[in-house]
Design a protein around this ligand. Structure first.
Ligand code: FES
Ligand code: FES
Length: 156
């Protein structure tokens, strides 16, 4: 398969029953992609495929052939957190951190199509991401503030 992941092109052979999650974690060592339930229930394995969120545990690696994948590893550049990640830090929206990569990818997808989301839209965007630590308030506040920052950057 040929796939672009975090701006890098890969050409690899994979067995047809290998999941995208296994491919990312075990073949490419992109360990920010977390394995929680393995059944599409927790969102820990969320990545972007052609700009849309997918549970990588439910996608076969071969289905990602000729797609563009983004994982949390590609979101910071030159060791610098992006505005959304900075906002998570500021709002203490990460506690144990297990859910965070998936939540960030879901929020990224939201903010790329909607720079001014209502709280209900934020909640909807992350409804597939299970967080057992934060109670979600800090996560929602972090995404809302990042949206405000990004919107003001766009207007500059
Ligand atoms: S590990 Fe994929 S949704 Fe839980
Ligand atoms: S921060 Fe622990 S599961 Fe969300």
């Amino acid at each position: 398969m040929a796939v672009t992941i975090n701006d890098r092109k890969y050409s690899k052979s994979v067995s047809e029953n290998r999941t995208l999650l296994e491919f990312l974690r075990e073949d490419l060592y992109l360990l920010g992609v977390k394995e929680g339930c393995g059944e599409g229930e927790c969102g820990a394995c969320t990545v972007l495929m052609n700009g849309k969120t997918v549970n990588s545990c439910l996608v076969l690696a071969v289905e990602a052939d000729r797609t563009v994948i983004r994982t949390i590893e590609g979101e910071s550049k030159d060791g610098k957190l992006n505005p959304l990640q900075e906002s998570f830090k500021k709002h203490h929206a990460t506690q144990c951190g297990f859910c965070t990569p998936g939540v960030i990818m879901s929020a990224t997808s939201l903010l790329e199509r909607n720079q001014n989301p209502a709280e209900a839209e934020i909640k909807e965007a992350i409804e597939g991401n299970f967080c057992r630590c934060t109670g979600y308030r800090q996560i929602i506040d972090a995404i809302a503030e990042a949206a405000t920052l990004l919107e003001s950057e766009v207007k500059k």
